[in-house]
Design a protein around this ligand. Structure first.
Ligand code: FAD
Length: 591
């Protein structure tokens, strides 16, 4: 093994690094047997990143572990290990796969040669299974801006997931308090970098000593931007939102053209299109922008992002776009009721406020039931998937896959996955599928040579560092446990729409999903008298004229980020139609 140190590495560390800054420059480690690949990577990475990162080179995979352990031992954070794949590095993906066991935070990036299309499929599979984080085309020219753009994005993701950078907000709280954990999740999901300090740690105690002990009520939230920089003691969500100055008081007489409830992909898309087309738009969000998508560490099937995109990034960009177009956002409060008065709708808010709007889009989404097995949840996206796994399925070629659930969605997923997987095992808690799955699916599953069903069984544990390796299954009647090798688990144990707050105001199906458009005209939908023969509900319109539903909350929705975005967008022309009709009616009435 050689450990080539490049001239740039020997340059003096810039301010904030090295001994003065207390932190070493993070390392980017290149690993390849191919001298040509190494040279290209070294040249491009050193020129562009040499000031801020140590660029290290390793030419023998057998020596990579010792090299990385050496860096870790010296206190050097490892930002990225970038490795060759191809003729001279046939085991390149497996080599990168070993990195997680040494430094779980280091990004593993495969460098692919332009034109080697046969590597595309294994690369996609490796990303889906969590063996590598990203792939990039090797630099072919100097400078190679496309290569650098990808590397900058990876390094930015790496920095975002680490503590120690810019802290817009500091939280001092108890490590395991529910409220502290809630705040630790909510701020970053809204794109706000935080630092968390355990109140029982030396540093936490030191920070708390700055305050009057009678005043301290944990968690303490310190805002570190703007002029005033307020310090909040055990604040409510509303107090935080107000301290941020993001909200503006809304006068009681203000009437919006459109109120959007929920700022997941559907709500954000609706807000972007509505405000860009001149509609006075308000968005109310109870938690964080991005909804479910915002909790996804990597969305790989959103069109236009071949490398995938983090849910948080997609959400923050869309939020900024809507905000810049003029949408008003009300965060950290939720809508608790919907009523109609004087040709407008009123939304009652959890803080006691009321929003008035001529039209409404309900985009409150759904919540997937989670398995709640901590060791397995830790492997989300690296072997554990919620949903049917349509986009992950091709990566399951030749693998051992488990589907959890006994409903039609689980049956369809099993049949779909069986096209690629070596073996699909359906795990069901009940002792039969007959009550929950359609007969045709049961017959198809029975006929499939590579699908088996295990009844009265549940997952209680899992193992895997890099990605899922095994599951522990418990036989429910006997309590007997068995460990089985597993490459992936697809959980389809139900989704619940977030519609309780609607009471009886809007027609829904038995599961609570909102009925829209032609689906409303069926028997027993509770729409009697609302719709006349000359005015049928428009697509996406609910049982209340002028109230629309978009995204996962709508019965029959596809439950994907792109479809939620699409639904949010297509409702806007319908909102225009509704507003035009209202304007005509108002002018006819001489108002
Ligand atoms: C972990 C995970 C990973 C996923 N990965 C993918 C993927 O890779 N690709 C893909 O296509 N799909 C993926 N999905 C599915 C996708 O995220 C959803 O289909 C999509 O987010 C639905 O968007 P939505 O706007 O309809 O609802 P949601 O995303 O559920 O957003 C609804 C929003 O409404 C807010 N809200 C709820 N009630 C109220 C109220 N009363 N008042 C105010 N606000 C309220 C919620 O806080 C939430 O922010 C994933 C889902 C999860 C959970």
């Amino acid at each position: 093994m050689t450990n080539d140190q490049l001239p740039t590495n020997q340059a003096a560390a810039p301010d904030g690094y090295g001994k003065d800054g207390g932190a070493d420059r993070p390392a980017i480690v290149i690993i390849s047997r191919d001298p040509n690949a190494r040279n290209r990577l070294v040249r491009e990475l050193s020129r562009r990143y040499g000031m801020d990162y140590q660029v290290e080179v390793c030419d023998d995979p057998a020596g990579l572990e010792a090299h990385l352990r050496g860096l870790a031992g010296a206190g050097t954070p490892i930002a990225m290990v970038i490795g060759g794949v191809g003729e001279l590095d046939p085991d390149g993906i497996d080599v990168l796969g070993t990195v997680r066991g040494i430094d779980p935070e280091a990004f593993r990036v495969a460098a692919v040669r332009w034109g080697e299309w046969e590597t595309a499929r294994p690369m996609f599979d490796a990303v889906s299974l969590g063996k590598i984080d990203h792939w990039v085309l090797r630099p072919e020219q100097v400078p190679d801006e496309e290569f650098n753009q990808s590397i900058t994005q990876f390094l930015s993701e790496w920095r975002n997931q680490r503590a120690g950078g810019f802290e817009a907000v500091r939280i001092i709280g108890e490590q395991w308090s529910v409220r502290s954990q809630e705040l630790r999740e909510t701020f970053p999901r809204n794109g706000i970098p935080i630092g968390f300090y355990d109140a029982n740690s030396e540093r936490g105690q030191e920070m708390l000593s700055d305050f009057d002990p009678d005043q301290v009520d944990l968690p303490v939230v310190i805002l570190r931007f703007g002029g005033e920089q307020p310090i909040l003691f055990n604040p409510s969500n509303l107090e935080i939102a107000e301290a941020f100055g993001l909200t503006r008081p809304i006068p009681a007489e203000e009437v919006f053209d459109l109120a959007v409830v929920g700022s997941g992909p559907a709500g954000l898309a609706a807000a972007v299109y509505a405000s860009s087309e001149g509609l006075r738009t308000v968005v109310i969000e109870r938690e964080a922008v991005g909804g479910q998508a915002g909790t996804s560490s990597m969305i790989r099937n959103y069109p236009g992002f071949a490398q995938g995109v983090t849910g948080a990034k997609l959400a923050i960009e869309a939020f900024q776009q809507a905000w810049l177009f003029g949408s008003t956002f009300l965060f950290m409060r939720h809508v608790v009721g919907l009523s109609a008065d004087s040709g407008c709708y009123q939304l009652q808010l959890s803080d006691g406020g009321v929003i008035t709007a001529r039209t409404v889009i309900i985009a409150t989404g759904a919540t997937y039931r989670r398995l709640g097995v901590p060791s397995l949840e830790a492997l989300l996206g690296r072997g554990l998937f919620y949903g049917a796994g349509v986009s992950e399925a091709p990566a399951m070629r030749g693998r051992k896959v488990f589907v959890i659930g006994g409903a039609n969605s689980a049956g369809q997923a099993a049949i779909h996955l069986a096209k690629w997987a070596a073996q699909v095992t359906v795990l069901v808690r009940a002792d039969t599928l007959a009550a929950t799955m359609s007969d045709y699916l049961i017959r198809e599953i029975t006929a499939a040579p590579n699908i088996d069903v295990r009844y009265q069984v549940q997952v209680v544990d899992a193992t895997g560092t890099d990605h899922l390796e095994s599951l522990v299954l418990e036989d429910r009647p006997s309590g007997h446990r068995q460990s089985v090798p597993a490459d992936a688990v697809f959980a389809l144990i139900g989704a619940q729409p977030r519609t309780d707050w609607l009471g009886d105001s809007v027609a829904r199906d038995q599961l609570g999903f909102i009925l829209t458009g032609p689906d409303l005209l069926g028997e027993g939908t509770g729409t009697d008298g609302t719709w006349s023969p000359d005015r049928q509900p428009m697509p996406h319109e609910t049982s209340l004229p002028g109230v629309f539903a978009a995204g996962d909350v709508r019965q029959g929705s596809v439950k994907r980020v792109a479809s939620a975005v699409g639904e949010g967008a297509v409702t806007i022309p319908l909102i225009h139609r509704r507003l035009d009709a209202l304007a005509v009616a108002e002018s006819a009435a001489g108002r």
